[in-house]
Design a protein around this ligand. Structure first.
Ligand code: IVH
Length: 691
């Protein structure tokens, strides 16, 4: 019998690891450091080792990594791309060597070893046929990665043909594996540029490299300062190569960057000493290294030792210890991430850790803060791990004065004030408001992205610009963009503007599933969106679906169902959907032949104030009613829009503003019904309306 608390702990660990796996491998946006994550996995491994009955087929220890995002072409690795087991100190490194010696035949001599810095970047595979670079792929889950050939072609240290120098005959085929990474100086400079452009900052060089290499637009990759180190090759037998060391020399000869700090040793004590030396010198490296990799040199011996699950027995990563210091936790701030995750961070009395002044540190999530019993005002241990973001390890309880305060997540988003959501199965708290300013740029880019409305020319960079220019406040504002909003802005000539507006216009006809996926509902990607639309072929029926109904869809669990209903329950999300509808975006699968299209203003309540340029109050009312809308005399929560003309009445206007109700002029009112409003400047340069 397994004690219930142990199986509960294993369950909790699996859930947490799965979540962090997803953040790290799929989103490239981890919320914990590698060291923290490693600790969770080690704990789970230890538990499962003690109690093998606890191992479930879906345990994170039973698979290599997360699924690829599925937006690049998939590449199956003919030989899996392995990962490495970890050793956290010299004792564990020695234990690894003892195991090897036990596994080798009695009396076999001590093997030679190669020790290399473990570069913190992204593992890639490069295939060369007859000397030509033909395919580059990410590691993905180790078995299947993504084809990122075009992106890797932009990395200058990756040779496009080999040998890079001289005209020796190339090998018929080789596959080179190595790490794409970013040098520290390049990383700092990139973040500086990102900050100036108000773009998202990368947490560490690893994320910067991974995010850059996995851009769908390879011209963005080209602008990123990426480097590459080769550390492994396939096709060695054909080249007559029998060891790691010989492979490194061969790769160097072909023109691949190979780490100059790799060394071969015949004496294990020298391996340990070399690792120690590096640990002391790690701060002098021009790149981020999170440890040393020690490999058995000889390929024949490697084969003899083989592989257990996804880690080779013949290699190990000796992780560098994190650097720590003690300081006071002054307060807890909240960051709203691109997916709406609220992440608490520590505001610290500045402290020097390994030459770097630290005044902020991550706190991961509320659960973690409570688990570690970290309180505001505590003296805390701060760790700067192998990555750049420091973290709070633990409080020093002995130094408490009694003045310390517990932290609680706010019930509303600090950026938009909407209520936040926290489902019981997840550790994270989310802001579900798709138009939350903190999430806006990301949600617009997602909405316009390939899996969704596929608006050519509307990427993250443009989303950021348009938001900065005050043109977009939610995704629906895309459909209100006009030529004069953009023309003569930097980079926006006539051609570019008209192409963009045409692309936006064209996107109105995308299938409903694309729209649903574009809304950015948590856990709803293209696949889930299709399932939803199959059952609910119009947005109005989908928005009315209950959690219970949704769960009856095959392939949809309670988590997704809850997230869907929560999304549509949000007032501001519903407002965005109304705006999209009014803009003429397709809201259902094609209506059956002969069925009338719904009136565009159906279900919307309007209030009119002031004198409109061409319509009298009566005409405007009739106009709205003719298109299915309602007109009332005063502004309330139920008001969808306030239509404003010259000299508006004070209270209606201020009340609408206070309630965040969208305000329309006559031109926008006409645009709502999707009627072709022609606008042309008169001889005074003013815009006149003709219907
Ligand atoms: S060897 C079977 N050598 O570490 C050997 N890996 O945790 C596989 N890495 O996926 C890898 N520097 O991304 C090797 N000098 C090095 C490395 C290295 C960094 C990364 C690589 C791998 C991960 C394993």
């Amino acid at each position: 019998m397994i004690p219930a608390d142990l199986s509960q702990r294993a369950e909790d660990l699996r859930r947490e690891i799965r979540f962090h796996n997803y953040r790290y491998h799929v989103l490239d946006d981890p919320v914990v450091s590698d060291a923290e994550y490693d600790a969770l996995v080690r704990e789970l491994r230890a538990l499962e080792m003690d109690q093998p009955e606890l191992v479930t087929p879906d345990s994170p220890t039973q698979r290599v990594g997360a699924e690829p995002l599925g937006r690049f072409e998939k590449v199956t690795h003919p030989v899996p791309m392995l990962s490495l087991g970890n050793a956290f100190d010299e004792v564990e490194l020695r234990a690894w060597r003892d195991r090897i010696l036990r596994l080798l035949p009695e009396g076999a001599p001590e093997p030679a070893y190669v020790a290399e810095p473990k570069i913190d970047g992204l593992a890639v595979s490069l295939r060369y046929e007859a000397g030509q670079f033909v395919q580059g792929a990410t590691r993905g889950n180790g078995l299947v990665g993504e084809d990122i050939t075009v992106n890797l072609r932009t990395v200058k240290s990756i040779p496009l043909r080999i040998p890079a120098a001289g005209d020796a005959a190339p090998p018929a085929f080789i596959e080179v594996r190595g790490e794409v990474y970013m040098r520290l100086a390049a990383f700092e400079a990139l973040n500086q540029r990102q900050a100036e452009a108000s773009d998202k900052l990368f947490a560490n060089p690893r994320n910067a490299a991974a995010g850059s290499v996995r851009q769908l637009d390879s011209s963005i990759t080209a602008g990123r300062p990426l480097s590459f180190f080769a550390y492994f090759m396939r096709g060695a037998e054909e080249a007559g190569i029998a060891s790691q060391w010989a492979a490194l020399q061969y790769l160097k000869g072909l023109g691949f960057p190979v780490n100059n700090d790799a060394r071969r040793f015949t004496d294990f004590e020298a391996v340990v000493a070399y690792c120690d030396e590096w640990m002391a010198r790690r701060d002098t490296l021009s790149y981020e290294a999170d440890g040393m990799v020690v490999k058995v040199d000889d390929f024949a011996t490697q084969d003899e030792l083989g592989t257990i699950s996804h880690d080779p027995r013949w290699a190990i990563a000796l992780k560098f210890p994190a650097r720590e210091a003690t300081t006071r936790l002054l307060d807890v701030g909240i960051n709203v991430g691109r997916t709406g995750v609220l992440t608490p961070y520590a505001i610290l009395e500045p402290v020097n850790i390994g030459g770097v002044t630290v005044s902020r540190a991550t706190l991961h999530n509320e659960e973690d803060i409570h688990r570690k019993d970290i309180r505001i005002g505590d003296m805390v241990v701060i760790k700067r791990a192998g990555d750049v973001i420091p973290q709070v390890v633990k409080p020093i309880e002995d130094l408490r004065t009694g003045q310390e305060r517990e932290f609680h997540m706010p019930g509303t988003c600090p950026d938009c004030g909407e209520p936040v959501s926290k489902s019981p199965e997840e550790v994270a708290t989310y802001c579900v408001n798709a138009s939350c300013p903190a999430r806006l740029v990301q949600s617009i880019a997602h909405f316009a992205g390939r899996g969704s409305m596929d608006i050519e020319g509307m990427g993250k960079r443009q989303a950021q610009l348009f938001v900065d220019w005050g043109l977009l406040h939610d995704v629906a504002d895309l459909y209100a963009l006009k030529t004069e909003d953009l023309l003569e802005r930097e980079g926006y000539g006539e051609k570019r503007v008209s192409n963009l507006l045409a692309a936006i216009e064209e996107s109105k006809q995308r299938p409903l599933a694309r729209l649903v996926s574009g809304l950015g509902i948590r856990h709803v990607g293209v696949t889930v969106a299709r399932l939803l639309v199959q059952r609910y072929p119009a947005i109005d029926v989908l928005t009315a679906a209950t959690v219970e109904e949704l769960q009856t869809i095959e392939g949809l669990g309670p988590r997704i169902a809850a997230s869907v209903t929560e999304f549509f329950a949000s007032e501001s999300n519903r407002r965005v959907i109304d705006k999209l509808r009014i803009a003429g975006v397709r809201m259902s699968e094609e209506p059956p032949a002969g069925e009338a299209r719904p009136a565009p203003l159906a279900g919307l309540t309007f209030v009119i104030t002031g004198t409109l340029p061409t319509l009298s109050r009566q005409d405007a009312t009739a106009f709205i009613q003719a298109h299915g809308g309602k007109v009332t005399g005063s502004v309330s929560q139920k008001t969808a829009y306030l239509v404003v003309g010259a000299d508006p009445g004070g209270t209606k206007y201020t009340k609408a503003q206070a309630l965040g109700i969208p305000i329309l002029d006559e031109a926008r009112l006409r645009a709502l019904i999707g009627a072709p409003v022609q606008e042309a400047p008169n001889d005074k340069g003013q815009l006149l309306l003709r219907l």
